[in-house]
Ligand binder design. Structure first.
Ligand SMILES: NC(=O)c1ccc[n+]([C@@H]2O[C@H](COP(=O)([O-])OP(=O)(O)OC[C@H]3O[C@@H](n4cnc5c(N)ncnc54)[C@H](O)[C@@H]3O)[C@@H](O)[C@H]2O)c1
Ligand SMILES: O=P(O)(O)OC[C@@H](O)[C@@H](O)[C@H](O)[C@H](O)CO
Length: 543
């Protein structure tokens, strides 16, 4: 059996026999060079990173266009570093699930992995030293939507954020506080330039990262922990830029089936780890073939030739259009609708949902019918073709072991992006009326129904992790299936009027009552969720 830590350069045969492509460079030399000349730090080395960013770096290193690797940093989950990076010399397999089988590549582009936060001072100091190096050009992020949070659902600072704004930067406990502290080190080392590139799934992701870092920095200046110059440094894109990006590659949690196939192929390291903080990770990552990465070309300290590894480097407007197209309209809203109803209808495979007649009609009506009319064409990708490929090829691909339960995690952090932006377009466009929407309200009603944690058969299910779940569940937990006396309005209005969740008070724009009506239909009896979807696609659907 071949191990990930085996010598792939001098003895590639066991890897070749297991069908694994190996790097064309020596990892030890790369490590040596990167230690002295770090260029790229990535925060959140989860599954997406292991199948996308790290492979881009590997392509460039293989071509001789990049001579430094990536340093992975995690401020949140120590098990990610200790269970799947350190034991394998920071190597892993990237597995692309093609129609005709698995394409396996050993990735060695990660040169170091660091767990860093106020509890792990050694890791923090190590990252600070890296941030003081003039060679550092970029930090990328795939830390999930909640990694950026500094305010709660009532728009008040979280306890962590309050602490960070008024405390010594080295004691920062929020993820954003730690990032701001690293930038403070870089500022103090001579106002060195850097690009901070969020590749998380929300529109204007760079702006959100920038605003979060600045919120913390303002607190530090006010409380005497940093000088005014730090704010000027953060606000000057020639010193610190926060490029916007769009990233697309469906990367499910590591699958048992893939793990088994790897072992059958003769690969020893394939055991999946489920961490206490709910990261599902393995010595391999599994992903689909289709992928897009679009990044605003704003890198004040230079950058690797990312375009030579297939990345679209473009202007902010094009990135924003591509991102709005994907995240708010043509992919992620469809995904979240399948996630919500998949959990309620007891599905465990997105591919199975994508061939279910009612659900297929639902995503077509949502995508083509309600989202597409308000999408601005980004020109580099055709939105209609993008939805068609998604619906006909990507989602129904049985080789991609994606589950509604993965996508349903953190839904409270996503609904504002995945439905709220489209709703806002209907509010802003004088020719359109949000009150005419049908599928978005039905899906939001489905989410409220999901929050009850009782499926459509009347059985209790375990909802996916979500920072607001407990609070939101509290509002709907006493509603009973079949109880028409339940005061739905009193309970749902606590959710639907919350502007920090949806961006609007949904009653003020004529959607609240419609959502309540769909919700009432969904609680009439076991099976009512399925019936509501069926009836809606048949009566209101055009596709
Ligand atoms: N998986 C995909 O299909 C996909 C595709 C496009 C974009 N994305 C974006 O990438 C993000 C990560 O996806 P993934 O599949 O790698 O997830 P993952 O669960 O495999 O990894 C998440 C990583 O983020 C870290 N993290 C989690 N919560 C954090 C917090 N509060 N603060 C700091 N770090 C935190 C974890 O430690 C882990 O390293 C998604 O949330 C999404 O925004 C994912
Ligand atoms: O990654 P999240 O949690 O923001 O969303 C779950 C999925 O919708 C998402 O990961 C998609 O697979 C991805 O956006 C496809 O590019």
């Amino acid at each position: 059996m071949v191990k990930l830590t085996d010598d792939y350069l001098n003895n590639p045969t066991p890897f070749e026999e297991a069908g694994v492509r190996v790097p064309k460079y020596a990892q030890d030399k790369l490590i040596e060079h990167t230690n002295e000349n770090p260029v790229w730090v990535h925060f959140g080395g989860g599954n997406l990173f292991r199948c996308f960013h790290s492979v881009i770096a590997q392509d460039l290193i293989n071509k001789g266009e990049l001579d430094s690797g990536i340093i992975v940093a995690d401020t949140y989950d120590d098990e990610v570093i200790n269970e799947v990076y350190k034991p394998y010399s920071n190597r892993f397999l990237s597995v692309v699930m093609k129609n005709d089988g698995l394409d396996k590549e050993l990735v060695a582009s990660v040169t170091d992995s660091v767990y860093a936060n106020s509890k792990n001072k050694a890791g923090l100091e190590k990252l600070k030293d890296i941030f003081k190096k003039p060679t550092l050009q970029l930090a990328t992020f795939s830390i999930t939507e909640k990694g950026y949070v500094l305010k709660d659902m009532n728009d008040n600072l979280t306890k962590g954020a309050e602490h960070d704004l008024s405390s010594d930067p080295d004691s920062a406990i929020t993820n954003m506080g730690i990032i701001a502290n690293l930038l403070l080190s870089r500022y103090k080392a001579g106002k060195l330039p850097i690009a901070m590139v969020s590749t998380d799934n929300f529109s204007q992701n760079g702006k959100r990262l920038e605003e979060a870092v600045q919120l913390i920095a303002n607190g530090w200046v006010k409380n005497g922990f940093a000088d005014q110059g730090f704010l000027e440094y953060l606000s000057d894109p020639k010193q610190v830029s926060f490029p916007w990006s769009m990233i697309d590659r469906i990367t499910p949690n590591p699958s048992e089936k893939v793990s088994k196939e790897l072992v059958e192929d003769g690969i020893k390291d394939a055991a999946i780890v489920h961490t206490d903080k709910h990261t599902n990770i393995a010595p391999f990552g599994n992903t689909e073939e289709t992928h897009y990465l679009v990044i605003e070309d704003s890198f004040p300290n230079g950058r690797p030739k990312l375009e030579d590894a297939g990345v679209f480097m473009t202007d902010r407007e094009t990135v924003n259009d591509a991102d709005q197209m994907k995240v708010t309209a043509c992919l992620n809203p469809l995904h979240t609708s399948l996630a919500i109803f998949g959990c309620l209808l007891d599905f465990h495979s997105i591919a199975d949902e994508a061939v279910d007649d009612d659900l297929l009609k639902m995503i077509k009506n949502l995508g083509y019918g309600e989202d597409l009319p308000v999408v601005k064409d980004p020109k580099i990708i055709n939105p209609k073709e993008f939805i068609s490929t998604l619906i006909t090829k990507r989602l129904p691909n049985k080789n991609i072991p994606d589950t509604p339960q993965r996508i349903a995690s953190d839904t409270s952090q996503k609904v504002g992006i995945r439905y709220g932006v489209t709703i806002q377009h209907y509010v802003d466009n004088l020719k359109l009326d949000p009150a005419n929407l049908e599928f978005i309200p039905m899906i939001i009603a489905g989410w409220c129904r999901y929050l009850m944690a009782i499926d459509d058969n009347g059985n209790v299910f375990t909802p996916s992790p979500d920072p607001l779940y407990d609070q939101l569940h509290e509002y709907v937990k006493d509603i009973k299936i079949g109880d028409s006396e339940s005061d739905v309005h009193e309970k749902l209005q606590l959710i639907l009027s919350n502007k920090s969740i949806f961006g609007n008070d949904l009653y003020e724009i004529g959607l609240g009552n419609k959502i309540e009506d769909y919700f009432k239909q969904m609680i009439t009896k076991p099976g009512a969720v399925r019936e509501t979807i069926h009836q809606t696609v048949e009566e209101k659907g055009k596709y």
